[in-house]
Design a protein around this ligand. Structure first.
Ligand code: ATP
Ligand code: MG
Length: 395
């Protein structure tokens, strides 16, 4: 018996003239992952991508690859299915052999059939009845429940073969990566920014990251944590370029020359300028941050406006309307939470003011900034940058 992965399109179905571009990105991503696990054929038909192992002993890899396709943006649902000939006898035989292992723990089920190939001699209700009967023969204690079954078994009669599965799971949703352009994520070691990056990847952006550090006030361990977060995000993106820029001199200049209540705002304006420059240098037209309105003093409405004023490109803040609890839920889902809560310092927590301004006026902040040689500081920080590419399947 052959087992394959079926991946059902999400929003792409709604695309008109651009559909082919979306499809080709999606297939490329499935092929990239499949290649890592073995020899697979990847093809699409009727809003479904079929991933079929070409090697006989690929059983083990299919389930690993299955976990991978759940992370590909663009699919609404995925499932493992058994393949059989388009013959009702073969369909029932395969159903009786394949489905019981998928129904473990279920007390009730129902069978459904769908014929994309209308030339198949039996109508859908009859196929469903035959398959249901074949399953009951081998699992006599199971009951049929048409309204609220524990599991729905589906038979799909398609172009070349019939497929049988025990229900699909949700896919990653979103639209294929790379169909929306590029964005530069400001990646700290915290909970919010990896979630923000994930959310924009899901909407089709290729995401680069820029991380600011302040050695020796921040440590190698803090940087390593950020690299591990980036690595976890490559589970979705495949690869991520991380740019690292030092803010040490800028932070010391702010500490030595400016009023304490403005420290964080001034620092964040430098971050925006440098991140914008970094974005433009690699043709990213937008920045992405993990800010959430009202979360901390630097994320009040006025503080965000003061920060935004220093950005040279638009800033996306996908977490802006989310509660911390909602952000945490996503962080757990994408597996970044446990790493994010490791207790390493961030440059934003170096020289933090005891009483930060929560309702800053832009004019006043700009006055404060005049105490610094902004362009010289920015230039030297820019010179400190380096970048590294992190790939999903490489150590
Ligand atoms: P997070 O949980 O993502 O660390 P936070 O709660 O620590 O965010 P802030 O420190 O105010 O909040 O940072 C707000 C946003 O600014 C972060 O989500 C991130 O996008 C960006 N940011 C903060 N510190 C850094 C840094 N060291 N390098 C790059 N970006 C940063
Ligand atoms: Mg935050």
């Amino acid at each position: 018996m052959r087992e394959v992965i079926l991946c059902k399109y999400g929003e792409i179905i709604l695309k008109g003239a651009n559909k082919a571009t979306f499809e080709s990105k999606l297939l490329k991503e499935v092929r990239r992952r499949a290649k890592h696990f073995g020899n697979y054929s990847v093809r699409y038909m009727q809003s479904t991508v079929y991933v079929e192992p070409l090697d006989e002993d690929a059983d083990f890899n299919v389930s690993e690859l299955y976990e991978q396709v759940k992370k590909i943006f663009g699919f609404a649902g995925v499932c493992l299915a058994a393949v059989c000939e388009k013959d009702i006898g073969d369909i029932c035989r395969v159903a009786a052999e394949y489905i019981p292992q998928k129904l473990r723990g279920a007390a009730t089920f129902r069978a459904e059939a769908k014929r994309s190939d209308k030339s198949f001699p039996l109508p859908s209700p009859e196929i469903a009845a035959e398959v249901g009967g074949a399953i009951l023969d081998v699992m006599p204690s199971l009951k049929v429940d048409l309204d609220h079954p524990d599991v729905t078994v589906r038979v799909e009669i398609r172009d070349k073969f019939a497929y049988i599965h025990a229900g699909q799971e949700p896919g990653a949703g979103g639209i294929p990566m790379g169909t929306g352009g590029r964005g530069m994520l400001l990646l700290s070691g915290g909970i919010d920014s990896p979630v923000a990056g994930y959310m924009m990847m899901k909407r089709g952006l290729i995401v680069d990251a820029v991380h600011f550090e302040s050695f020796p006030y921040t440590s190698e361990l803090a940087r390593d944590k950020v690299m591990r977060l980036a690595k976890l995000m490559t589970e979705y993106s495949g690869r991520m370029r991380v740019h690292v820029i030092s803010l040490t001199e800028i932070q010391e200049a702010i500490r030595d020359n400016c009023e304490e209540e403005y420290f964080t705002l001034l620092l964040r304006r430098f971050m925006m300028r440098l991140a914008s420059r970094c974005a433009e240098s690699v043709s990213c037209p937008v920045l992405i941050t993990g800010e959430s309105l009202g979360q901390v003093a630097s994320q009040t409405l006025k503080a965000i406006c003061v920060t935004e004023d220093a950005a040279g490109v638009p800033v996306f803040r996908p977490c802006i309307g989310l509660d911390k609890e909602e952000i945490v839920r996503t962080a757990r889902k994408i597996n970044t939470f446990d790493t994010s809560i490791e207790p390493y310092e961030d440059c934003c927590t170096v020289f933090t003011p005891r009483h930060p301004k929560t309702r800053p006026e832009l004019d006043r902040v700009i006055e404060e900034e005049k105490k610094l040689d902004v362009s010289a500081l920015e230039e030297r920080a820019w010179e400190s940058r380096y970048s590294t590419v992190i790939k999903q399947f490489e150590d």
